[in-house]
Design a protein around this ligand. Structure first.
Ligand code: ATP
Ligand SMILES: Nc1ccn([C@@H]2O[C@H](COP(=O)(O)O)[C@@H](O)[C@H]2O)c(=O)n1
Length: 209
């Protein structure tokens, strides 16, 4: 069983995907981390994010990036990840890793932007998790401060809007709700409410499969 969880930045899709993985006993992949790892590699070791060839070359170093590196979540790395993820060459370099994970015999939960549309179009259940940009910016600022990183609400809101615009309007695998995905707007939900709603939606899909 594959569960696809997509949505814009800081909508809570990662929190929900991890909870679904625990609930259904499935492995989880945060696919945004792959794009962030490419971005971090360019940020640290050089490479022009405006150059597709250099970004594709940086994909080779993804496995060497420590998933616990706090810099992966920095705003600088987020902005580069959003830019390089628009390159078709980068997306195809990272495609098999994600499809392979989704095809594991145990099943899987993956979260990202194009899981329900491109990576796992035949997933058993698909959620499109969203929240207003203002709520997402507040959540991201809180998260950054908790991690001891600087986070200014106005800057974060501008960044979230810019990422939404880029992710939704790029040619290659844009962020969009799959036609068979359930929409979950968490703007007025706390984490526990959002997780409970997600589990209900997935269980309803599985019951009708
Ligand atoms: N319903 C909610 N209410 C309040 N805070 C939430 C809610 N869902 C998630 N959060 C918090 O918001 C922050 C962002 O959540 P999360 O990392 O799950 O979002 P995301 O969509 O996966 O983000 P990204 O796309 O940047 O990886 C986290 O600090 C998380 O604890
Ligand atoms: N399936 C995906 C996942 C992520 N991206 C891009 O990576 C950036 C970082 O992702 P987060 O989920 O960690 O915020 C994001 O802004 C996307 O541009 C993607 O394109 N496809």
């Amino acid at each position: 069983m594959v569960i696809a969880v997509d949505g814009p930045a800081a909508s809570g899709k990662g929190t929900i995907a991890r909870a679904l993985a625990r609930h259904f006993g499935l492995p989880h992949m945060d696919t945004g981390m792959l794009y962030r790892a490419v971005a971090l590699s360019m940020f640290r070791f050089g490479g022009d994010p405006g150059n597709e060839f250099e970004a594709v070359r940086a994909c080779e170093g993804v496995a060497q990036v420590d998933p616990g590196d706090p810099e992966l979540r920095s705003e600088a790395v987020s902005a580069i990840a959003s830019r390089i993820s628009a390159y078709p060459g980068v997306r195809s370099a990272l495609l098999e890793r994600q499809r392979g994970f989704a095809a594991s015999s145990d099943g899987a939960v993956l979260d990202g932007r194009d899981i329900g549309t491109v990576i796992a179009p035949h997933a058993s259940a698909k959620l499109f998790v969203t929240a207003s940009p203002e709520v997402r910016a507040q959540r991201r600022v809180r998260e950054l401060l908790e991690r001891g990183m600087p986070g200014h609400y106005e800057d974060v809101l501008i960044d979230i809007r810019a990422r939404d615009e880029r992710d939704s309007h790029r040619q290659a695998a844009p962020l969009k709700q799959a036609s068979d995905a359930d929409l979950l707007d968490t703007s007025d939900m706390d984490i526990d409410e959002a997780i409970a709603a997600a589990i209900r939606l997935v269980e309803a899909r599985l019951a009708h499969a």
